[in-house]
Design a protein around this ligand. Structure first.
Ligand code: ARG
Length: 588
């Protein structure tokens, strides 16, 4: 469906043209003075110079031309030349009726279907998921859902960190503890055991221990480097052990992500890109992109217009080792070969921006991607605690994601069971949904690139700009609809009447924004736009609800029209939160 602003603009543009002015001056926007009007056109002011006429005269002519328009119920020209408009209630209801009949609620499917890859999550094997990984998962999941909703093919890849020194460290520590394990017996030629020699909790303890030891003990680090090299060279026992680490970790990660309502299409990993490295470096050397500098192989990526120094991309270190950059470049080759996406969006901590600037430039310069392939960095800020420092546990440790989710869910459970009798099992389930909305909305309502403060009290509140408030609004609507149904009525049995009160019209004016909000959220990879839209929508609904006795209304036609409006509001809200990655319970 066309956006309401486009329809309105068209009407005003036609009026400008009919009065002998360039139609372009008729572009109309939402009023920034809602006390005066709903929509506003400032074109007469801009037309002044061209036509040598006082803007107010132009505005008056155009307003007169719009007098009989079915789109508006009021058009006035006001000094110095604004055209202020109020939309006709009938036009608005008619638009909403079409929205109601559209399964995508007025959002048009993209004309050119693109293949978009989203690199998000980015957890590292054998390290517990902590809050640092939360934002990537939450934002990436939402961006993925929005892309799909507007009709693109979107592929989410978790891009697991499973390569490099961290692996060598774990293997070294396992070897110290259990040197007798068959994985370390170089003469062993049989099948390795199916069962991993550690559990996930052991693994999560092994890595930090090893990491600490390697910082204190140079020879330990040496061993870990050696183990890393052996693994990368393909030593059988090391590979088998690494496979165990991977399996145990992935099972745990999947469980964690599923608790977050986050799902990946691909579980690719850094190691998958390694086979592409030798050919890539050969190619870069042969084509003259890469050259040796103090033993390392580098590609220059600085540009004349840089205001900040962009260091060259190091493809191989002087000892021949590959780096994070190398892996990301090789991953691009792999993705182009296997998937050939039109766009790759990386949802990663904004502190890695320079890394991605280098990688993107290098990929372009060396032709790893097509000219029209878009590489996009969606960098997010830090999630801070109330002290303004990165979010920690009460005793200052790194907060595990599981702990955070469990804490919030527990708080929600208390709130839900505090004042009323509820089935404990249902309350648990509800607490999970509401808790998730608190975490996700709290995160997504901030522009991704900004740091934000994770304020548990604020985020879990049922009032204000929070996930629980949105859910509460949805549940309130559902409860009215259920009562209406219980009276033997059918929701959406009748059409939509023209709005009768100001708050009803305001609610309608919010609803018609839906398609343009979704389009913008997609274009700008900005889920926070959906958050602020549903917050406004929930507020508009609640004002209408408090002013209107819906179920007590005696005029059945009026009642069913309001019910239809409520159901449409519910659908828009539920579709929106689904795009944000959470859902509403039936009751709360
Ligand atoms: N594993 C990385 C980290 O924890 C994030 C990976 C981001 N994606 C990428 N293609 N580099 O920092």
């Amino acid at each position: 469906m066309k956006k309401i602003l486009d329809l309105i603009s068209q009407e005003v543009m036609d009026a400008f043209a009919a009065c002998g002015y360039d139609a372009a001056y008729g572009r109309t926007g939402i009023s920034n003075r809602p006390d005066l009007c709903e929509y506003q056109c400032n074109g007469a002011m801009a037309a002044k110079k061209v036509y040598g006429k006082a803007p107010i005269l132009i505005a008056q002519e155009v307003a007169a031309a719009l007098a009989g328009s079915p789109v508006f119920e009021e058009v006035c020209a006001v000094n110095p030349g604004f055209i202020n408009m109020k939309i006709s209630g009938a036009y608005l209801s008619e638009y909403l009726l079409r929205m109601q009949a559209d399964e995508k609620l007025s959002v048009e499917t993209a004309q050119q279907k693109k293949k978009i890859m989203i690199d998000y999550g980015g957890p590292n094997v054998a390290k517990p998921l902590h809050v640092g990984h939360l934002r990537s998962a939450i934002i990436g999941e939402s961006v993925k859902r929005i892309g799909r909703f507007v009709g693109h093919e979107v592929i989410g890849d978790v891009h697991l960190g499973d390569w490099g020194l961290q692996m060598g460290l774990i293997i070294t520590e396992v070897k110290k503890r259990n040197p007798e394990l068959v994985y370390f017996d170089e003469s062993f030629e049989g099948e390795y055991p199916q069962e991993a020699p550690f559990t996930i909790s052991e693994l999560e303890e092994i890595y930090p221990t090893a990491s600490k030891k390697s910082k204190e003990d140079a020879s330990y680090k040496e061993e870990a480097l050696e183990a890393t090299a052996k693994l990368q060279d393909g030593v059988r026992g090391y590979r088998a052990l690494w496979q165990h680490i991977l399996n145990v970790s992935v099972a745990d990660l999947k469980r964690n992500y599923s608790n977050l309502n986050v799902e990946f299409d691909l579980w690719k990993k850094e190691s998958d890109a390694q086979p592409y490295i030798p050919e890539m470096t050969e190619y870069m050397k042969k084509e003259g992109y890469a050259y040796e500098d103090q033993g390392a192989l580098i590609v220059d990526v600085k540009e004349e217009t840089d205001t900040k120094e962009v260091p060259p991309c190091i493809i191989l270190k002087s000892d021949g080792a590959a780096l994070y950059t190398t892996t990301d470049l090789a991953t691009i080759i792999e993705r182009m070969k296997l998937i050939h996406p039109d766009t790759i969006i990386y949802v990663v901590d904004k502190r890695q921006e320079m890394h991605f600037t280098q990688v993107f430039r290098c990929a372009r310069k060396t032709g790893l991607v097509d000219e029209d392939t878009q590489l996009k960095f969606l960098g997010f800020g830090t999630m801070n605690g109330k002290d303004g420092k990165p979010f920690k546990t009460r005793d200052g440790g790194v907060m595990r994601l599981e702990t955070l989710i469990a804490d919030i869910t527990e708080q929600m459970y208390k709130k839900i069971t505090e004042n009323h009798d509820v089935d404990p099992q249902e309350a648990r389930q509800t607490a999970r949904l509401v808790g998730l909305s608190a975490i996700k909305y709290g995160d997504l309502s901030n522009q991704a690139s900004k740091d934000y403060i994770f304020d548990t009290e604020k985020f879990t509140s049922f009032e204000g700009n929070t996930g629980p408030y949105i859910l509460y609004t949805i549940v309130r609507i559902k409860s009215i609809l259920n009562k209406y149904r219980a009276g033997g009525n059918e929701v959406n049995g009748a059409g939509l009447l023209n709005p009768v009160t100001g708050s009803e019209k305001d609610l309608m004016l919010q609803l018609v924004k839906f398609n343009s909000v979704i389009e913008q959220a997609f274009e700008e990879t900005a889920p926070h736009k959906i958050c602020s839209f549903i917050y406004d929508l929930a507020n508009a609904f609640n004002r209408f609800y408090h002013e209107t006795r819906i179920l007590a209304e005696e005029d059945e036609k009026q009642k069913s029209s309001w019910i239809a409006l409520l159901d449409l509001t519910r659908r828009v809200l539920e579709t929106s939160i689904d795009l944000l990655g959470f859902s509403a319970p039936e009751r709360m």
